[in-house]
Design a protein around this ligand. Structure first.
Ligand SMILES: *Cc1c(COP(=O)(O)O)cnc(C)c1O
Length: 456
């Protein structure tokens, strides 16, 4: 096969995979997983034929995928790939652009500039903000927190870039008690010890409790969140952020998925979030672009550009070049799938997607309650948290659903006890898929526990 025939073969296989997605097992069978030993081969001495490598990947690899790009995957907050976003990725692969600067790739720089503007418009964040397209919310939060520390130190007349951290004024970090693990990871990697972090107590839904907010001052970075991973709850931004800003603190918001509520009629949940200094959000979750695709958004465009600058004598660029706004130097133009997703949905399409998922989550909550299960969160967003009467029942129901291959959702611990967690975030999930999920859970509960799902 020549190159073009090989790519055509890959594309045909990709199309077949996509077509079969609706009926695929949501989690692979034990048999498909066992077959993965086929890949445990030594590094070949001589190269294999490309078409044979592709065939192996499809024959053994495709059956062992998780159908998270299908309609009945409710685990984590995974999203799916919108057709427009998936299609432009295919073309982007052919282009193979290094999207560091305009000089590297004029088309990439242009589309990422347009996508950045649309993101600020869709999320209604300060239009003067800089937007860096990074690999993940993890990487983008690391970026934002590095900027935050550098700026707070600069206000204390400390030049972080030249003087580093040794003998620098101490910077405090205040985070929600239910801060996402990746924010903690970013802090740890940046050199904030976990024992140094101050935890803000939360209420029953996982929102930072305004009445018990720790001290904030001009040497504090405060991390809030839009969309707690279990409940989907939002911190009370309008009460906290003005206070924090008056104290001179830097406010960063982790809105990996929840910030998208802002692009819908649920925007009121995020009221006041626009007052923060920096935000992180993913496109690969609720905007349904392919992985890896996320954004650092920073109100002070100069601060982000200075902090991430990587100009060299052989590679200097404008301050808003993506290599100067992200951790990466060589990088793919991950803003292009964002551009395609937003262009294919439009403002109304984004709102409709978010609103539909939230309505489906409410329907799931009603259905679970009707089965006799305990719904643990106020369903304000796309997350549903629930459990059976006993921990053993909760674990048994989750495992049985996961093993069924008909749908998939994960487990968590809520207030010290096991719980189950459903997230609606795929454009493919139709109302019928929600009913299939509820019927599956009802059947599973009946088979395992008879008529007493809430009994002792
Ligand atoms: C998923 C998630 C993250 C991490 O995002 P990645 O893109 O997976 O790095 C951070 N915060 C919240 C609230 C999340 O849901």
């Amino acid at each position: 096969m020549n190159e073009v025939e090989l790519l055509a073969d890959a594309d045909a296989r990709g199309r077949q995979y996509t077509e079969a997605n609706r009926n695929r097992r949501v989690f692979p069978s034990d048999q498909a997983i066992a077959a993965l030993t086929r890949f445990d081969e030594p590094l070949p001495e001589e190269g294999a034929r490309s078409e044979e490598t592709l065939r192996l990947l499809d024959d053994v690899g495709s059956p062992a995928t998780t159908a998270s790009n299908g309609p009945r995957y409710f685990g984590f907050v995974i999203g799916a790939s919108l057709p427009a976003a998936a299609a432009v990725e295919r073309l982007m692969l052919a282009w193979d652009q290094c999207a560091s600067t305009f000089d590297n790739s004029p088309i990439s720089a242009t589309l990422e500039r347009v996508a950045a503007g649309w993101i600020l418009d869709a999320l209604d964040l300060p239009r003067e903000s800089a937007v860096g397209f990074g690999t993940s919310a993890t990487a983008c939060t690391l970026t934002a927190l590095a900027v935050a520390r550098r700026e707070l130190l600069a206000r204390q007349h400390w030049d972080f870039d030249r003087q580093g951290l040794h003998n620098a004024p101490a910077i405090r970090v205040v985070v929600s008690e239910l801060v996402h693990i990746t924010v903690k990871k970013a802090l740890r990697v940046l050199g904030f010890g976990l024992d140094q972090i101050v935890y803000a107590p939360v209420d029953a839904q996982g929102r930072v409790d305004t009445a018990r907010l720790p001290l904030l001052d001009a040497r504090t970075i405060l991390c809030l969140q839009a969309g707690e991973v279990n409940t989907g709850a939002f911190d009370p931004f309008d009460e906290i952020i003005p206070r924090a800003r008056r104290a001179g603190a830097w406010v960063h918001v982790d809105g990996a998925f929840g910030l998208w509520a802002r692009a819908s009629s649920l925007a009121r949940l995020t009221y006041g979030v626009e007052l923060a200094d920096s935000w992180t959000t993913d496109a690969h979750k609720w905007l349904n672009t392919p992985y890896d695709c996320a954004m650092t958004i920073c109100r002070d465009a100069r601060a982000l550009a200075e902090s991430m600058n990587s100009d060299a004598v052989y590679a200097s660029a404008s301050v808003d070049a993506q290599k100067n706004l992200t951790l990466e130097f060589s990088r793919r133009p991950r803003g292009i799938p964002v551009w395609a997703a937003l262009r294919s949905l439009g403002r109304q399409g984004v709102a409709a997607l978010i609103e539909r998922h939230c309505a489906q989550a409410r329907r799931i909550g009603e259905g679970l309650a009707a089965i006799g299960l305990e719904v643990l969160n106020q369903i304000t967003l796309n997350q549903v948290l629930f459990r059976c009467a006993s921990d053993a029942q909760t674990l048994a129901v989750r495992e049985a659903v996961q093993a069924s291959g008909e749908a998939w959702f994960g487990g968590t611990i809520w207030h010290g006890r096991p719980a189950m967690r459903i997230s609606v975030s795929s454009w493919r999930t139709q109302d019928a898929d929600v009913e299939t999920l509820l019927a599956l859970i009802a059947r599973t509960v009946r088979q395992l526990h008879g008529d007493h799902p809430c009994g002792p």
